[in-house]
Ligand binder design. Structure first.
Ligand code: NAG
Ligand code: NAG
Ligand code: NAG
Ligand code: NAG
Length: 891
C-alpha cells in the first residue's frame, strides 16, 4: 500500500485504513468539485491607467480606431506612429487647429459622419503625408481656398453628403488648386449641385470622379474643362435628372473606362438624349452604363455615335424594353463584347435583332419574359461564349436549333423557365464547345422534360450539367449521359427520381461531383430476398463528392461504393438507415467528410467507423435516436477522445432507455453503469483477496459496510461542526495547511516542502501526520480534525497517489455530499506528469488538470528560477486571507 500509517496510533484492519484514506482523498476531490477553480495567480492585472482615459482602440502601432465613440473632440494621446486614424461616427464639431498636431505620419484619415461645419488650413498643418481624407456626412458649407494647402500629397478626397451643401464652393473650387498634381479620386455626391461645372482655370488629372446623387439637369460643353487631358477610370453621373447633354461635353477628356448614367436622366428620355450620349462619348469609353432609365425601346440610331468607338460593354439592364426588333442594334455595335439586357420586359427577339453584334461574347437576357427562342436567333453571334436565358418563360427549344451557329458557346443557362419537351439532341446542335449547361428548375404541372439517349450527344466537351428539380422521374437505357465523358459535375437532385440503371453513369470516368439528393432511390438498394441491388455508382473512379441525402434509404448494400476510391465527401444524412455496416466504407481510402445525421441509427460501434477513421475530418452523426446504455460506451468514449470534428454535437440526444429520452448524449456517462465490471476486480486484486467466489461475497459485504460507515461519518461530521459557530472556527485554525500525500513522496515532502514552508521569512504552520497527529485518536478523526483545523489542504499528486484505488463514482458522490462544507481550501501540487490513462475521464483531478488550476513542480532538475516561481506561487496561495494575529497565541 502506498499510504503510510503513523506508527504510534492504534492499528485498525487494513481495509479500514484504505477506506479512511480514500475518504480523505475523496474529501479533497469533493472540495475541488465544489469550488471549481483554484485561485492561483492573483497578480494578473496591472491596471493600465492610459487605457482608462484614452477612449480609442489602438489596433497596432500604425492603426488607431476612434470611430463610434460619441466623441465631441479629437482625443489626446493618439500615438504619433499612427498612419490610419478612424474618427467617423462621432460628434466632432468643430475640430480645432491643434487636434491633429504632431500626427505627422497620418496617411488615411476618416472623419465622415460627424458635424464638422468648416475647414481651415491650420487643421491639417502637420499632415504633409496624408493621402486619403474622408469628410462625407458632415455639415461643411465653406471651404477656404487654402484649406488643403498643407496636405499636398492627397490622393483621395471625399466631400459627399454635406447636409448644408457646399454647392457654392463648387463652382469655383479653388481649394482643389493645391491638389491638382496629386488628387486621383474626388467624390462630390449628394451635395445639392445642379451643374457639373468645376473650376475656371483649374486643371486636374482625376481617375475617379463622382457627381452622383445631385440635381444636375444639363451637361454643357465646358463642364469638364478642368479634366482636360485626364484618363478616368470612372466617371459617375448616376442619379441626377439630366435633360440635355451637349455632344461635346467630354471633348477634353482623353478616355473613360466606365461611364455611369444609372438613373441619371429624367423619366422616359427621348431617343435624342441617348443619341447625344453616344455622340459625346465617341471613341473614349469602354463601358457605358444606361441602367434604370425607364427606356421602353432601343433603336439603332441611339448608337450611331458609337460607330467607330471601341465600346466593349453596354449595360441596358433594369429598363422597360419589351421587344428587340430588327432595328434595335443595327450595325453600330459590331465591337461590343458584353451586352446586359437582364431585368427588362423583353418577350420576343426578332430574327435579325442581334445580327449586327458580331463580336458579342456575353449576352445576359435573364429576368425577362421570353417564351421562345426562334431558330437562328443567334446565328450571327458566332463569338458568343456566355448566354444567360434563365428566369424567363421559355416553354420549348426548337429542334431546328434555337442555338444554331453558337459554335463558341461555353455557358448556357436555361434554368427557371417552363420548358416541357423531349430532348432529342437537335436542340443543342452546334454547341460543341459548351462547358456548362443549366436546365434546373424547369418544372411545370402540365408536363416534364424527358431525356433520351441522344439528348446531350452534341455536347462532347460538357463539364457541368445541372438538371435539378425538373421532375425527371427515371432515367432509362441508353443513358443520356453516355456521351459526356468529360463531365465533372452532374446535379440530378430534387427530382423525385426513382429509376436509374446500373450503367446510367458508367461512362463518366471524369465525374467529380454527383448530386442525387432529394430523390426516391431507396428502391434501388432495398433488398427483399429475390431482388439484387442496383449498383449505379460503378466506375465513378474520379468522384470526390457524392450527395445521397433525402432518399429514404433503409440499407446500404455492401460493395456499392467500391469503385469510389477518391471519394472525399459522402452525404447519407436524412435517410432511414438503422444499421450501416462498416464494410461499405472499406474502399473509401480518402474519405474526409461523412454525414449520417438524421437517420435511425441506435448504436455507433467501432466496426462502423474504423474503415474511415484515419482520413475522416468531419463527421455528422447527431440527430439519430441513440440508445444510451452499455452498448453505446465505445461511441461515448470515442466522442471524448477523437480529433474528428463532430458537427451539430448539441443535437446528439439519447432516445432510450426511457429515463434518458431527449437528454444530451454528452451527459450520458457510461462509467456509472460499470459496463466492463473491471473496477471491483481491480480493487480486490489490490487488497490481495484471491478467490473469485469470496471476491463477490466480500464486495457485497464491503459495499454495505460503506453505507453504514458513511452514515456514521455523516452524523459525526455534522456533530463535530455544530460544536463551533462560524466565528470560532475562523479563529480556530491551528495550521496553515494540512498535507495529503502518498508515502512514496515522503522524501520530497520532508526534505523540500516542509523546510521551504516552515523555515521561510513568514513561516507557515504545517500539519504533517507523522508528527502532528494526536496519538491514540482514531485515524479518521485525526484526518477530519486536521483538515478542519487547517486553512488549506495541500494535495501532493503523483503516480502513486493516483494508483491508490480509492473511488468508484458512487462512493465519490456519497462523499461529495458528506463534505460539502469544505470549500476553497484545496491546493493541488502535481509532482510528476500523470499519464492520461491513470486518470478517469470523469475524474475531478482530471478536470482540475484540464482547467490548469494546479501548481506544477518543475522537477528536481528544473531550473532554479522555475522552482523559485513555484514556491512563490505556493506561498501566495497559502498566504491569502491569512491574518497573523490568529496564530500568535498558538506560536
Ligand atoms: C494594423 O492593423 C490593420 C487593421 O487590422 C492592418 O490592416 C495592418 O496591416 C496592421 N499593420 C501592421 C503594421 O501590423
Ligand atoms: C443634343 O446635342 C445637341 C448639340 O450638342 C444639342 O443642341 C441638343 O439640345 C442636345 N439634345 C439633347 C436632348 O440633349
Ligand atoms: C456493430 O454494429 C453492427 C450493426 O449494428 C453489428 O452487426 C455488429 O455486430 C456490431 N459490432 C460490434 C463489435 O458490436
Ligand atoms: C448544423 O451544422 C451546420 C454546419 O456546421 C450549421 O450550418 C447548422 O446551422 C447546424 N444546425 C444546427 C441546428 O445547429
Amino acid at each position: 500500500m502506498e499510504v503510510e500509517v503513523p506508527a504510534t496510533t492504534y492499528q485498525p484492519p487494513i481495509h479500514m485504513i484504505i477506506m479512511k484514506w480514500s475518504a480523505l482523498v475523496v474529501v479533497l476531490v469533493a472540495i475541488v468539485f465544489q469550488t471549481g477553480i483554484l485561485p492561483i495567480s492573483s497578480s494578473a492585472k496591472d491596471s493600465d491607467e492610459q487605457s482608462v482615459e484614452f477612449p480609442c482602440r489602438i489596433v497596432n502601432a500604425t492603426f488607431t480606431d476612434c470611430s463610434y465613440l460619441r466623441l465631441r473632440s479629437i482625443p489626446e494621446g493618439i500615438p504619433i506612429s499612427t498612419e490610419t486614424l478612424l474618427l467617423s461616427h462621432n460628434k466632432l464639431h468643430p475640430i480645432s487647429s491643434s487636434s491633429l498636431a504632431g500626427l505627422v505620419n497620418l496617411r488615411y484619415l476618416d472623419m465622415s459622419y460627424n458635424t464638422i461645419s468648416k475647414l481651415e488650413r491650420d487643421y491639417f498643418t502637420d499632415q504633409a503625408q496624408l493621402q486619403h481624407l474622408f469628410l462625407s456626412h458632415n455639415q461643411i458649407n465653406k471651404i477656404p481656398p487654402d484649406a488643403f494647402m498643407s496636405v499636398s500629397k492627397l490622393k483621395t478626397l471625399d466631400l459627399s453628403d454635406q447636409n448644408n451643401g457646399i454647392k457654392k464652393a463648387l463652382s469655383m473650387p479653388q481649394y482643389l488648386e493645391p491638389l491638382n498634381m496629386t488628387l486621383e479620386t474626388l467624390l462630390l455626391e449628394k451635395i445639392g449641385i445642379d451643374s457639373a461645372k468645376i473650376g475656371g482655370t483649374l486643371k486636374i488629372r482625376l481617375k475617379v470622379f463622382s457627381l452622383a446623387r445631385n440635381s444636375i439637369t444639363k451637361l454643357n460643353q465646358d463642364d469638364f474643362k478642368a479634366l482636360s487631358g485626364a484618363r478616368l477610370e470612372r466617371l459617375d453621373l448616376s442619379r441626377n435628372a439630366i435633360l440635355s447633354i451637349d455632344t461635346k461635353v467630354f471633348n477634353t477628356i482623353l478616355g473613360i473606362d466606365t461611364l455611369n448614367f444609372t438613373q441619371a436622366l429624367s423619366q422616359n428620355p427621348p431617343p435624342g438624349r441617348i443619341e447625344n450620349i453616344s455622340t459625346a462619348i465617341g471613341t473614349k469609353v469602354k463601358k457605358l452604363i444606361l441602367r434604370s432609365l425607364t427606356l421602353q425601346s432601343v433603336t439603332s440610331s441611339m448608337f450611331k455615335g458609337l460607330e467607330n468607338s471601341t465600346l466593349e460593354e453596354l449595360d441596358l439592364s433594369y429598363n422597360r424594353l419589351t421587344t428587340l426588333t430588327n432595328a434595335s442594334f443595327g450595325s453600330y455595335l459590331s465591337h461590343l463584347q458584353i451586352l446586359q439586357l437582364h431585368n427588362n420586359l423583353i418577350a420576343s427577339i426578332s430574327e435579325t435583332a442581334l445580327t449586327g453584334l458580331t463580336s458579342l461574347k456575353t449576352l445576359a437576357l435573364f429576368n425577362n419574359l421570353l417564351t421562345e427562342i426562334d431558330p437562328g436567333s443567334f446565328a450571327h453571334n458566332g463569338h458568343l461564349e456566355d448566354l444567360y436565358l434563365n428566369n424567363n418563360s421559355i416553354k420549348h427549344l426548337s429542334s431546328e436549333g434555337s442555338f444554331r451557329g453558337l459554335i463558341s458557346l461555353r455557358t448556357l443557362n436555361l434554368s427557371n423557365n417552363g420548358i416541357i419537351q423531349i430532348f432529342t439532341g437537335e436542340e443543342f446542335q452546334d454547341l460543341h464547345e459548351l462547358l456548362s449547361l443549366d436546365i434546373s428548375n424547369n418544372f411545370l404541372k402540365s408536363g416534364i422534360i424527358t431525356l433520351t439517349g441522344n439528348s446531350f450527344k452534341p455536347l462532347s466537351k460538357l463539364k457541368y450539367l445541372r438538371l435539378k428539380k425538373i421532375h425527371l422521374l427515371d432515367i432509362s437505357s441508353p443513358s443520356p449521359f453516355a456521351h459526356l465523358v468529360q463531365l465533372h459535375l452532374l446535379d440530378l437532385s430534387n427530382n423525385n427520381m426513382h429509376g436509374l440503371e446500373s450503367d446510367t453513369f458508367v461512362t463518366l470516368k471524369s465525374l467529380e461531383t454527383l448530386y442525387l439528393d432529394h430523390n426516391h432511390l431507396n428502391n434501388l438498394w432495398y433488398q427483399p430476398k429475390s431482388k439484387k441491388p442496383v449498383l449505379f455508382l460503378r466506375s465513378l473512379v474520379s468522384l470526390r463528392t457524392l450527395d445521397l441525402s433525402f432518399n429514404g434509404f433503409e440499407a446500404v448494400p455492401t460493395g456499392v461504393f467500391n469503385d469510389l476510391v477518391h471519394l472525399k465527401a459522402l452525404h447519407l444524412n436524412n435517410n432511414q438507415l438503422s444499421a450501416v455496416s462498416g464494410q461499405v466504407f472499406e474502399n473509401l481510402k480518402e474519405l474526409q467528410f461523412l454525414a449520417l445525421n438524421k437517420n435511425l441509427i441506435n448504436v455507433v460501434n467501432q466496426t462502423l467507423l474504423s474503415p474511415v477513421m484515419k482520413t475522416l475530418n468531419i463527421l455528422f452523426i447527431c440527430g439519430n435516436p441513440f440508445s444510451c446504455g452499455c452498448e453505446q460506451e465505445w461511441f461515448r468514449d470515442w466522442i471524448d477522445d477523437t480529433k474528428i470534428f463532430l458537427g451539430n454535437l448539441s443535437l446528439c440526444q439519447c432516445e432510450s432507455p426511457p429515463e434518458w429520452r431527449h437528454k444530451p448524449l454528452l451527459d450520458f456517462n457510461p462509467e456509472v453503469l460499470n459496463c466492463d465490471g473491471k473496477i471491483p476486480l481491480h480493487y480486490w486484486i489490490i487488497i490481495g483477496v484471491g478467490s473469485l467466489v469470496t471476491l463477490v461475497l466480500i464486495i457485497a459485504l464491503i459495499s454495505n459496510r460503506w453505507k453504514i460507515y458513511y452514515v456514521y461519518l455523516l452524523v459525526k461530521a455534522r456533530h463535530h461542526r455544530s460544536r463551533k459557530d462560524e466565528y470560532d472556527r475562523l479563529n480556530d485554525y491551528r495550521f496553515d495547511a494540512f498535507i495529503s500525500h502518498s508515502s512514496a513522496d515522503d522524501d520530497w515532502v520532508k526534505n523540500k516542502l516542509l523546510p521551504e514552508l516552515e523555515n521561510g521569512e513568514n513561516p507557515f504552520k504545517v500539519c504533517h501526520h507523522e508528527r502532528d497527529f494526536e496519538p491514540g485518536q482514531e485515524i479518521i478523526d485525526n484526518i477530519i480534525d486536521s483538515v478542519d483545523h487547517s486553512r488549506r489542504t495541500i494535495c501532493v499528486i503523483s503516480k502513486s497517489y493516483m494508483e491508490s484505488n480509492w473511488c468508484t463514482y458512487e462512493r465519490r458522490v456519497t462523499m461529495n455530499k458528506l463534505f460539502v462544507n469544505y470549500k476553497d481550501v484545496l491546493v493541488l501540487i502535481i509532482l510528476e506528469d500523470i499519464p492520461d490513462k491513470k486518470m478517469s475521464k470523469y475524474d475531478l483531478i482530471h478536470r482540475a488538470v484540464k482547467k490548469n488550476t494546479y501548481l506544477k513542480w518543475p522537477g528536481e532538475d528544473g531550473r532554479a528560477d522555475e522552482k523559485a516561481v513555484f514556491w512563490q506561487r505556493l506561498k501566495t496561495v497559502l498566504g491569502e486571507d491569512r491574518t497573523p494575529e490568529n496564530y500568535e497565541a498558538l506560536a
